[in-house]
Design a binder for this molecule. Structure first.
Ligand SMILES: CSCCC(=O)C(=O)COP(=O)(O)O
Ligand SMILES: [Mg+2]
Length: 235
């Protein structure tokens, strides 16, 4: 690698498999949301998100059953809603702490992150998962606690991942010129938005998540790699 690029990475489909998120994390949150809301729904840090959902669906704030059903429906639809993501993160916290699961990262991820960090590159995360959920995931990976490698964590509170404005906010918060940031994601629409904001971009095209290679037009002009081991941030 040449200049000291900041590497900004997505999680699902990039550092960790889509199936871990869809088959482990989402069902865990779906099953435990009703009890979580019953037991913690009056705590201000939980209530504020439940109330945000209630406003959006025009339910009375006291209709927690309706709110929970709505949230479960959003999990089924894979809605990247900030309130859902905040609540999911709180439910997953118990899962990690109780040892119900750890977070698998692809085998090429931890060595590359450690090497980039050791070479002086800054590392940051931008995921639809809440910042709390991101920190939990990287604290409990099967390759150890990776949280100290990162200098920044961003979620949809800065804006949606398919909006160029979000990447401008992140560049500002990181204190980087957009062109000094390399954004890694498995989703072309996210890379398009980052590119519009002036970031460098790279499509992670992992066979486990995407059986058909996304080359040529499917990569929409973005650099492409199948593994972190093949990424040259200076390119
Ligand atoms: C922070 S881990 C949970 C991931 C998650 O909830 C999610 O929606 C993944 O979205 P991403 O932006 O990482 O593709
Ligand atoms: Mg992704």
């Amino acid at each position: 690698m040449g200049a000291l690029t900041t590497i900004l990475t997505d999680i699902e489909g990039t550092t960790s498999s889509i199936s871990f998120v869809k088959d482990v994390l989402f069902p865990y949150a779906r099953a435990r949301l009703p009890a979580f809301v019953r037991e913690h729904g009056q705590q201000p840090e939980v209530r504020c998100w439940l109330d945000a959902v209630a406003v959006e669906i025009s339910a009375s704030a006291c209709q927690d059953a309706v709110i929970v059903e709505t949230l479960q429906g959003w999990i089924d639809e894979d809605r990247k809603h900030t309130a859902l993501k905040a609540l999911q993160g709180m439910v997953w916290e118990a899962g990690y702490k109780d040892g119900d699961f750890t977070a698998p990262v692809y085998p090429d991820v931890a060595p590359a992150l450690r090497a980039w960090h050791a070479a002086g590159h800054s590392l940051a995360v931008y995921s639809s998962g809440s910042v709390a959920a991101q920190k939990l995931l990287f604290a409990h990976t099967d390759a150890g606690d990776l949280t100290t490698l990162f200098c920044g964590f961003f979620d949809t509170e800065v804006g949606g991942k398919r909006e160029a404005a979000s990447y401008r906010v992140i560049a500002g918060r990181l204190g980087n010129a957009p062109g000094d940031i390399l954004f890694l994601s498995d989703v072309v629409a996210e890379l398009d938005a980052a590119h519009e904001a002036g970031l460098r971009t790279l499509l992670l095209d992992r066979r486990e998540d995407y059986p058909q290679p996304r080359t040529g037009a499917a990569a929409n002009g973005h650099a492409r790699a199948e593994s972190f081991a093949d990424i040259d941030a200076a390119a």
